[in-house]
Every structure is written in structure tokens, then in C-alpha cells.
Write a protein that binds this ligand. Structure first.
Ligand SMILES: [Zn+2]
Length: 423
């Protein structure tokens, strides 16, 4: 008679259960150590763990009683002489509100929050809901929607006039400042026309010939996206000569920028090797640009872009978002310190799109740690904020489209026949 031994299926079951246990334990450990994502066909499963960050928790939280400044701003009929457009690349409402709370606590305290007029902006591209910087720059620069990757060139190949071109035709000065590469999408969309944003050499050549008095941005000689671009690298190697031939003082640091003439081409190295952000803080760069553009006394349009806000979103790095928004906020404070006493300068602060879709999902005051989550490491279609100061600011309240930046600014400056696209 066979002895009552264990049934043969028991070791199999035990093995399977042990295996499942190991997998579950590994998943639990992994979800604590790092967020995870598993794709099964069309189904994507991802961990919902947030990232914890300290914030200034108040002992006795009070609501904000009223607008930080004047609620709304009436149209006093004054038209701006100068326009400064500050773009936080990728700086969605989530980035601004998260940075505000983590820096200043729940009641905030950014200079941006003192804007007399705030609005929300839609950013969709000509061919897709979630835009890139190129299509959004095109919309803000020309008043028309373009497909992704195009720089002030429409889907049918026509090139609408840019705000800069129309301003120059009216005798105004123009300039760009960016902590991204000078030839990257946002500054390029305002200064030139190119079918593709990666036509870097063509963009640089056209920028030098564009007539903009101020071109300040990153030198992409060591940037991963541009390393393989032999034509661009060749131009950068000869940039002192190319810049001088086009009438620019070519400089590579802040002291050079201080000494430069009225037409300046400044190309700064990356802040860290291979990084997105270039050059010194935005505040000094914006001041140098304004000094030159205002000297001619004929009115100007200046674009000031922060790249760090977009990079921080792509890296899903909350600390980087906080630093980036703080840097942009400081630059806005210095621009307003110059503009507000004059009373003739419209300052608009917005974004080309949101990057990351982040938000605070928890934040008890007793331990003063906020939990922050990201929706993606790419761009989103979320509306972005608009903060407006100075004459004409009232036009940017409510929900506007990104094409409205070009159209409203063109109207306020009285730029004839703008926006327009040649047949
Ligand atoms: Zn981006």
C-alpha cells in the first residue's frame, strides 16, 4: 500500500505562491524606491507614488483676503510703447502654483502673483492638441497656428509676418534673451522663418541677418541636440567673424555683455556639461537687453525666455522647478522695477505649454512636507497662466489663445497690417 505522501501538485502550488510573493514584494519595494510603469498592449499601469518636498507650513493659516494688488485693471486708454514678453518654457499653472507653495507656503508670495491682470491660455498646435515650443512660438509670434516643429511657417508653406518684423517695419527695436540655445525653437520662432526647428545653421544665419539689435542665448557648441550638426558647429567656430560682419559685438560672459555696443550677440556656455540651461541668471541678461533696446528711444519688443522650467518638467525634478520659477520671478521683478515707474511698458509673463502636468497632492502643516506628483515627463495640453502688467494688460484677462499674444500686442502697438500672411 502506498504511503500517504504529499500530493504531487503541492510543491508546484507552493512554488507558484512563493513566486507570486516574491514578485509582489519586489513590486512593493520598487514602488517605494522609484515610480514604475508597465505597458500591456493599450493598457498602461503606473505607480501612483508622489515625491515628497518640504514647504513653509504656517502655524496659523489665513486665507488671502483679496487680490495682492488692484483687482483687475481698467482700460485707461494708454497704449504701450515697449513690450516685454517673458516666456517660461513649459511653465504651466502646476509649475507656478507648486513653486509658489513650496517657496512661500500656501498663501504664496511670488512677484507674478501681484499681476493686476491674470488669464489662462490655450496652447494647442495646428496639427495636434499637445504642442511643442516651435508651434507655440509661431502662434505667439505671428498670430497663426502652425504644425509642430515649424518656426513661423504654416502647414501650407506660407510664412506669416512675425511680431518682430512688424515692429521693425514700424521703426521699433527688437531683441531676444534666452537661457536655452539661441537657435532653439522659442527665440527662433520670433526672429526667423524655418520649416523645421532643427535647421539650426539656417536659423543662426537668418537670425544674424534679421535686424534684431539684441541676440542673447546659449552657445550650442557642446549641446547634445546640436553636436552632430556639422554646419552649425562650423558657423559657431567662426561666430566672432560672422557676428562682426553682421554688425554685432560678440561676447561670451556678463562683463563682455556690459561693455558691448548697442547691437550685441551673446553666446553663453551651458551651466553644467550637456545641460539645457545656459549662462548667468536671467535677471542680468534681461537688464542688459533692456539697456540697449531702450537707448534708441523708439520703442521695443523684447522676448525673455527661461529654458529651465521646461527642462525641470522633462526631468520630473521638483527642486529644479522651484529654482526655475524663482529665477524667472526674480527676472520679472527686475523688469517691473524698470518698467513700472515709466508707465509705458507692457510686461506679459506666460508659457508656451505645460511640461510635466505636476501638482501637489498632499501637504499637512504639521510635518511641512508636500507630496508632489507628475502626470508625464513630456508636454501636456493644460492651459498655461498669463500674468500681465502695465498699459494694455487688461486685454489679457480671461481665457485667451496663444495666437492672441501676437494679435493683441500687434493691436496695442498699432502695427499696421499685422497679423498677415502673404498669399
Ligand atoms: Zn519641452
Amino acid at each position: 500500500m502506498p504511503s500517504p505522501s504529499r500530493p504531487p501538485w503541492r510543491p508546484v502550488l507552493q512554488g507558484a505562491l512563493l513566486g507570486l510573493g516574491v514578485v509582489a514584494a519586489a513590486a512593493l519595494v520598487a514602488s517605494v524606491v522609484a515610480p514604475w510603469e508597465v505597458a500591456v498592449g493599450n493598457l498602461v499601469l503606473r505607480s501612483q507614488r508622489g515625491v515628497e518636498h518640504p514647504f513653509p507650513a504656517p502655524a496659523d493659516p489665513q486665507p488671502i483676503a483679496a487680490s495682492r494688488r488692484v483687482p483687475g485693471a481698467p482700460d485707461d486708454g494708454v497704449r504701450p510703447v515697449n513690450v516685454v514678453l517673458v516666456i517660461g518654457d513649459g511653465m504651466g499653472v502646476g509649475q507656478v502654483s507648486t513653486a509658489s507653495a513650496l517657496l512661500h507656503g500656501p498663501a504664496g508670495g511670488l512677484v507674478l502673483e501681484t499681476a493686476p491682470v491674470t488669464g489662462l491660455m490655450t496652447t494647442y498646435a495646428g496639427d495636434i492638441l499637445v504642442t511643442d515650443s516651435a508651434a507655440s512660438a509661431t502662434a505667439m509670434a505671428t498670430g497663426f497656428k502652425a504644425p509642430k516643429k515649424a518656426l513661423s511657417v504654416l502647414a501650407d508653406g506660407r510664412a506669416p509676418a512675425t511680431l518682430f518684423e512688424a515692429a521693425r517695419a514700424a521703426g521699433m527695436a527688437t531683441g531676444v534673451v534666452t537661457t536655452s540655445g539661441l537657435v532653439d525653437a522659442t527665440p527662433a520662432g520670433f526672429t526667423v522663418h524655418a520649416e523645421k526647428r532643427d535647421h539650426h545653421a539656417e536659423i543662426l544665419g537668418d537670425m544674424l541677418a534679421s535686424g534684431s539689435e539684441v541676440l542673447i542665448g546659449g552657445d550650442w557648441s557642446a549641446y547634445p541636440k546640436a553636436l552632430d550638426d556639422a554646419e552649425l558647429q562650423d558657423m559657431l567656430a567662426r561666430i566672432d567673424r560672422l557676428g562682426a560682419d553682421a554688425g554685432y559685438s560678440v561676447v561670451r560672459d556678463l562683463s563682455g555683455l556690459d561693455r558691448a555696443g548697442p547691437r550685441v550677440l551673446a553666446l553663453f556656455p551651458p551651466r553644467r556639461s550637456g545641460g539645457d540651461a545656459h549662462g548667468p541668471p536671467l535677471t542680468g541678461l534681461a537688464a542688459a537687453a533692456i539697456d540697449r533696446l531702450a537707448a534708441g528711444d523708439r520703442g521695443f519688443v523684447l522676448l525673455v525666455e527661461s529654458e529651465v522650467t521646461d527642462g525641470a518638467g522633462h526631468h520630473n525634478d521638483v527642486a529644479e522647478v522651484v529654482d526655475a520659477v524663482a529665477e524667472l520671478d526674480a527676472a520679472v521683478a527686475s523688469i517691473l522695477a524698470w518698467a513700472e515707474p515709466r508707465g509705458d511698458t507692457l510686461v506679459i509673463v506666460t508659457a508656451d505649454h505645460d511640461t510635466g502636468g505636476l501638482g501637489i497632492v498632499d501637504g499637512a502643516y504639521d510635518d511641512a512636507v508636500a507630496e508632489v506628483r507628475w502626470a508625464t515627463d513630456g508636454h501636456t495640453a493644460q492651459w498655461v497662466p498669463v500674468f500681465a502688467f502695465g498699459p494694455g494688460a487688461h486685454r489679457f484677462g480671461g481665457v485667451v489663445d496663444n495666437t492672441g499674444i501676437a494679435r493683441i500686442v500687434g493691436d496695442l502697438l498699432g502695427l499696421e497690417g499685422f497679423p498677415s500672411v502673404a498669399p
